[in-house]
Design a protein around this ligand. Structure first.
Ligand SMILES: [Ca+2]
Length: 431
């Protein structure tokens, strides 16, 4: 009995040290920065997902411990019964020994009594240790329950915004700049057709131009492997200092581009791992409605030094390469909604959402590869070029470091800021 008891006790100690390592109290005090919550309020449902995962772990640990404690209680019960039995045996042995005149028999019985007493002392010692273990485990369980309650309370609190949101509002960031806003940051916009206002990052330059930023990659901190709903609603984090990654969301992009009275220019800005910067502009940029799967359309390549990757690329594999890697007119695809021109599922292969053809020559939502260079092997299961790609600048096995997709009304690039615009374009090309 003793070895099995000790083995159980040892097993329990391991279990508990593992559990308490997983559910550390000190990580709770700072629910925010290091636990995957991000620096600022999330734009979408990432927190819920995270908590669901976290809570089920805690619940499971508590259940396991409850079960182990019950097992210990049963074992302890058995031990106690044995001890009582032994005590009784010892007493009867002692009783039997006193009146017996036979010295030999008495001596042997005394030996037995001594042995029983020794056993009893050992058993009592074990019981004492197990009782200590039980009470220490009970304390730990109480602590964990307390932590679980605290976590639940903390997570049911509404997300408090400590970031500054500017007070000027408008239909887009250019409208906000036109109203006199001069600094970049977070603003609420409400395009004419949008059912309600929403938050955007406005990049406002010294020439009074207000870019509305649609997408931002900068350090790989946000996973762009998301489903249709997430691409529709947006994900990642908006920050007032342009320090975080996000996808604004297709529905918002639709309202920002499709109903504007002015043609919209999409500016794509790219940075490689050597620090070089390039850009590409597309005018009459438009994201269609949900019913049309948020189809991407634009009038024409308006210029830039990154090349026209949206027009497809001749990879040399097949004469139809360019046709099948162009993006104008493509519907949006995610791994769970395949609207591409390929027998397979481009978005599933490349682990992202994008205006896939069969599949792409430009792919700004691709997987983040630190250092830029990767191979078919790195690309995993399917082995396709799934990085952050703009093939008219770097080849398909080079994943870019930073990307920005932002929009501005056409007249702000061509007129009323033409000189400024030209300077800006030149500046971007210099590096
Ligand atoms: Ca397909």
């Amino acid at each position: 009995m003793a070895p099995s008891l000790l083995a159980t006790a040892g097993g329990l100690l391991l279990l508990f040290s593992f559990s308490s390592g997983q559910i550390r109290g000190d990580s709770l005090a700072s629910c925010t920065p290091n636990d995957g919550f991000g620096k600022y309020c999330p734009t979408t449902c990432g927190v819920t997902e995270y908590l669901q995962r976290y809570r089920s772990g805690v619940d499971k640990d508590l259940n396991d411990m409850q079960h182990e404690l019950e097992t210990i209680a049963n074992l302890t019960q058995g031990t106690e019964e044995t001890v009582v039995y032994m005590k009784d045996s010892a007493t009867s042995a002692q009783k039997a020994s006193s009146p017996d005149p036979n010295f030999k028999k008495s001596s042997s019985m005394l030996d037995d009594v001594l042995r029983y007493e020794k056993t009893i002392i050992q058993q009592e010692q074990q019981i004492y240790e197990l009782q200590n273990l039980i009470s220490s485990n009970e304390r730990r369980m109480a602590d964990l329950k307390q932590l679980s309650i605290q976590l639940q309370q903390k997570c049911s609190e509404p997300c408090t915004n400590t970031v500054e949101i500017k007070t000027t509002t408008g239909t887009d960031c250019q409208d906000i700049a036109n109203k006199g806003a001069t600094t970049s940051g977070l603003y609420y916009v409400k395009p004419a057709t949008a059912p309600e206002q929403f938050l955007v990052y406005c990049e406002i330059d010294s020439f009074g131009r207000g870019f509305t930023v649609l997408q931002r990659r900068r350090d790989g901190s946000v996973d762009f492997h998301k489903d249709w709903i997430q691409y529709q609603n947006g994900f990642g984090y908006l920050s007032p200092d342009d320090s975080t990654e996000f996808w604004l969301g297709l529905e918002k992009m639709h309202h920002l581009t499709a109903t504007s009275t002015m043609p919209i220019v999409l500016r794509i800005e790219l940075v490689d791992w050597e620090g070089n910067k390039r850009h590409a502009d597309y005018t009459m940029f438009r994201v269609g409605p949900e019913a049309d799967m948020y189809r991407l359309t634009y009038g024409y390549y308006f210029g830039g030094d990154a090349g026209d990757a949206f027009n497809g690329f001749d990879f040399g594999d097949d004469p139809s390469d360019r046709f099948y890697t162009s993006h104008n007119g493509m519907q949006f695809s995610t791994y769970d909604k395949d609207n591409d021109k390929y027998d397979g599922n481009c978005a599933q292969q490349d682990g992202s959402g994008w205006w896939m053809n069969r599949c792409h020559a430009a792919h700004l939502n691709g997987k983040y590869y630190r250092g830029g260079r990767y191979t078919e092997k790195d690309a995993g299961e399917f082995g396709f070029d799934n990085g952050i790609i703009w093939v008219t600048w770097h080849n398909r096995w080079y994943s870019l470091k930073e990307t920005t997709m932002k929009i501005i009304p056409l007249n702000r690039i061509t007129t009323g800021g033409q000189q400024a615009g030209v300077k800006q374009l030149a500046g971007l090309g210099d590096s």
